[in-house]
Design a protein around this ligand. Structure first.
Ligand SMILES: [Zn+2]
Length: 101
């Protein structure tokens, strides 16, 4: 038994179902958002239920908040238009601060 004969031949064609690749793309239920804690500098992923979005009258009073799972501090960060879109699209609870009218 000397060496091994390398076969550079055609391998049997395996049938790959494309459907498998899309199987998990029904609905984005468990969306996670990446966030960082300014206090302990931890980076983590939060589910939509762990985040709160507060929309004020202006972009300056629009922010999202969450509790750091590492140190437990309440973090509040300004939310730009894109973040608002992202969070609301991901099912984050939204609170409107400005009274209508
Ligand atoms: Zn922290």
């Amino acid at each position: 038994m000397s060496g091994g004969s390398v076969m550079s031949g055609v391998q049997g064609v395996q049938e790959m179902s494309v459907a498998v690749a899309f199987a998990g793309m029904k609905r984005a239920v468990d969306v996670v958002f990446r966030a960082g804690c300014p206090d302990c500098r931890a980076n983590f992923e939060l589910g939509a239920s762990a985040l709160r979005l507060a929309i004020g009258a202006t972009s300056k009073t629009t922010f999202y908040s969450f509790t750091c799972p590492e140190c437990g501090v309440a973090v509040r960060k300004p939310a730009g238009e894109r973040i608002v879109e992202l969070l609301t699209g991901g099912g984050v609870r939204t609170l409107r601060l400005h009274s209508a009218g």
